[in-house]
Design a protein around this ligand. Structure first.
Ligand SMILES: *Cc1c(COP(=O)(O)O)cnc(C)c1O
Ligand SMILES: [Zn+2]
Length: 444
């Protein structure tokens, strides 16, 4: 893959060839997260806004020359990415803003943003095992580059997750018959656990936090030689996640927005968003970097606190994380270096929102746009609401809010959210007079 120059340690700057290291900088262990550095001169001849305009692939793989995969690499068949970007004028007006879009990543195959990274994990795991599917084994006419067969020699893939990364890995693995072992906290929402079981994953429900599940998963991967998808550990997860920025820019006509709001747990998504826009700037396809606003839950505010106080995230100890937004509950954000860089280098900010604000944002976003978000997705919108009230964004800013997960992921939280704003159903007998009585009290 000559379009990759090297993998660079975020701490010491040491450079490694992709086949020299497995996941992290050997000098810095689990903290030594690597960034994939590209040779844009070698990429540019293979992809351009014009070539993309003619490209009918509607998944993250339309950007293949910008991804850490070889041109002939087979990819899983699930349609990941190319999610809709909705202009939401009613919400914008309510907030005194002119241009607001919602990027709905709840529309991915397993209903969260994490599919972007897990699709990459499945491809990279097969590369490690040296067992790619060759073109002539592929039967699908429409998608000649999709993976269809399973060799028994593929390593098991593993991840720890608050739920969505797990569901994403489970679904992407199921699409190609790839065995996998998943570690999630026993407190994960039922819908996410149901997905794991339905997809046939081996599920370890850990009696502990996400942070406990993460540490256990790292140990198990090392012990059993499994391929490790973990967020803030495997350098290629950022590369899958960065595709959201390509899509936003392309959907806006190769323009970068002024501001992007994204919720932050481990910090891998915001790091990926940053990487995507950096790639496009390096290629000259956009002319400015948006300000990236990381939104954290008040009860899981490691990065927001470190940013506000100017603390060093390499030495800041873990905090106790607790929030209704399970997907952004992280006591020690694993991708904190990339996340902090994303905010500081773009002149962005970290802001926090309370659980009440997150829950209130679920019906507000749903009623104002038709997009139903899980708490962590709605948190990004709650962040915009707060930023608009505090004057952190300008009335004419072009603003994108990323919804990272579907509301169906956590129905219990959604029910709590609607009760919180006094929305309730009317329990009636199956009689028209009942309906009439209720209608008398309403203005529709
Ligand atoms: C994982 C996740 C996030 C946060 O992403 P990080 O990379 O952990 O910061 C936000 N929302 C949803 C729905 C997620 O699943
Ligand atoms: Zn290092």
């Amino acid at each position: 893959m000559e379009h990759i120059l090297h993998l660079k340690c975020l701490i010491c700057g040491r450079e490694y060839q992709p086949d020299e290291v497995a996941y992290v900088c050997p000098e810095h262990g689990n903290e030594g997260i690597l960034d994939v550095v590209y040779d844009y001169g070698r990429i540019a001849p293979h992809i351009s806004p014009a070539s993309l305009a003619a490209n009918r692939e509607t998944s993250i793989w339309r950007y293949k020359p910008l991804l850490p995969v070889a041109p002939d690499t087979a990819v899983p068949p699930l349609a990941v990415g190319w999610t809709p970007l909705y202009k939401v004028d009613r919400l914008a007006i309510e907030l005194g803003l002119a241009y607001v879009w919602v990027k709905d990543d709840g529309r991915n195959p397993t209903a969260s943003f994490k599919d972007r990274a897990s699709a990459m994990a499945v491809v990279k795991a097969r590369e490690v095992s040296g067992n790619q599917v060759s073109g002539d084994q592929v039967s699908s006419v429409e998608s000649p580059h999709h993976l269809v067969t399973l060799s028994p020699h593929h390593p098991i893939i593993t991840t720890a997750s608050t739920g969505n990364a797990a569901a994403a890995l489970a679904g992407l693995c199921a699409s190609v018959g790839q065995p996998n072992v998943i570690f999630v906290p026993a407190s994960a929402p039922q819908a996410k656990v149901a997905q794991l079981l339905a997809f046939g994953s081996t599920v370890m429900l850990v009696d502990g936090t996400y942070d406990d599940a993460f540490d256990l998963c790292l140990q198990a991967a090392a012990e059993f030689g499994w391929y490790n998808r973990n967020t803030g550990y495997n350098p290629y997860m950022t590369e899958g996640k960065k595709t959201v920025s390509y899509e936003i820019a392309e959907q806006l006509g190769w323009q970068a927005p002024d501001v992007v709001f994204v919720s932050v747990g481990d910090g891998c998504i915001i790091g990926g968003v940053h990487k995507g826009f950096k790639d496009l700037l390096a290629l000259g396809w956009i002319d400015r970097m948006p300000r990236l606003i990381g939104v954290q839950a008040a009860g899981s505010n490691y990065l927001a606190e470190a940013w506000a106080k100017g603390e060093d995230v390499l030495t800041k100890p873990p905090i106790k994380a607790e929030t209704v937004a399970d997907s952004i509950s992280a006591g020690l954000p694993r991708d904190r270096l990339k996340a902090m860089t994303a905010v500081t280098q773009t002149n962005g900010a970290f802001i926090t929102v309370t659980d009440e604000e997150i829950l209130a944002a679920i019906p507000a976003l749903a009623q104002g746009s038709g997009v139903f978000a899980e708490p962590a997705g709605a948190a990004a919108y709650a962040g915009l609401v707060k930023a608009a009230h505090e004057g952190l964004v300008q009335p004419t800013d072009q603003i994108v809010v990323i919804n990272t997960g579907s509301g169906l992921k956590d129905v219990a939280a959604a029910m709590k959210a609607v009760q919180g704003v006094g929305v309730r159903p009317y329990l009636i007998q199956p009689k028209l007079t009942n309906v009439k009585e209720i209608l008398k009290t309403l203005i529709l």
